[in-house]
Design a protein. Structure first.
Length: 85
């Protein structure tokens, strides 16, 4: 059972792509709560936000551009993309 779990973890870890975000980068966040309730031309990305810190390999703390922390829970890197102004 343990070897099977290790095999499954290795398979999952191979698919994970570690995002390259630095502190003070501007990013957009995927609007997951409104994913099913949007119109054809509604934006699916909200922001920009500033990367305030990170927890672990691929979890990031975000803050508004005025310096107020967005939420206490970190956001997974796969729900973020770089903001190009």
């Amino acid at each position: 059972m343990q070897s099977h779990q290790e095999k499954m973890k290795n398979t999952f870890d191979r698919r994970i792509k570690e995002e390259q975000f630095q502190i003070d980068d501007l990013v957009l966040k995927w609007d997951a709560p409104h994913e099913d309730k949007h119109g054809k031309f509604d934006p699916m990305w909200v922001g920009p936000y500033v990367v305030a810190g990170y927890r672990g390999k691929n979890k990031f703390l975000l803050e508004y551009t005025n310096g107020v922390l967005l939420e206490r829970n970190p956001v997974n890197g796969r729900y973020l993309k770089h903001y190009l102004s």
